[in-house]
Design a protein around this ligand. Structure first.
Ligand SMILES: [Zn+2]
Length: 204
């Protein structure tokens, strides 16, 4: 029998900037050298906007109320149905910057401008193309509901259990994203309501 020996353990300390409003982690600061100015950075939980300066003794930050962003949920789906006729739907958690909320702006951002890697958090290949813009199409963006708002929605729609963005079903998607029904109505073909074949929750 192989001998049992004590394991060697190693600890590592990482420093994160915490949100001055909700205490969530905004970002890692270990890579910033003394004298560096950074930001504006956004809290992904509450939308608080901060910039900062790295000093010898610590980090000073400034909260920018005029740049505060809105925590949001965005529903995307594949540009084309799979061979089965179904689409894959993905929900992205993000923050929306001030003034960045029109359907024109959002559809341009997701359909054409942004690299899918940025909001999926993983590298996607389409053949040899490692940055396939247009892979996913924008369906709808909403302000991310608070816990209380989820509770109210859950009570209002009996039968929908565990109503939040981490426990998604087709009914939840339809209730959360009003524009989804509009997009489904515009779909060509006889089967107006494509089946939900996949669901991802990304962005954090
Ligand atoms: Zn926050």
């Amino acid at each position: 029998m192989n001998p049992r020996i004590p394991a060697v353990l190693e600890s590592e300390t990482k420093n994160y900037l915490k949100c001055p409003e909700c205490s969530s982690r905004i970002g890692s600061v270990d890579h910033l050298k003394e004298g560096t100015r950074f930001g504006i950075w956004y809290c992904q939980s509450c939308g608080t906007a901060v910039s900062g300066t790295v000093l010898k003794t610590g980090i000073d930050i400034v909260v920018h109320d005029d740049e505060r962003s809105t925590p949001s949920l965005t529903l995307l789906r594949t540009s084309h149905p799979l061979s089965t006729g179904d689409y894959v739907y993905i929900v992205v958690r993000e923050v929306l910057f001030p003034g960045f909320n029109s359907p024109e702006h959002l559809s341009y951002w997701y359909n054409e401008h942004s690299c899918p890697t940025n909001y999926l958090g993983l590298q996607i290949f389409e053949g040899c193309n490692s940055d396939p813009h247009g892979l996913l199409q924008w369906v709808d963006t909403i302000k991310r509901p608070t816990t209380e708002e989820y509770q109210a929605m859950s009570e209002a729609s009996s039968g929908i259990k565990g109503f939040d963005e981490t426990d998604l079903s087709w009914d939840n998607l339809l209730a959360l994203f009003p524009r989804l029904q509009v997009v489904l109505d515009l779909d060509d073909g006889i089967d107006v309501k494509p089946k939900l074949v996949g669901l991802g929750l990304t962005g954090e």
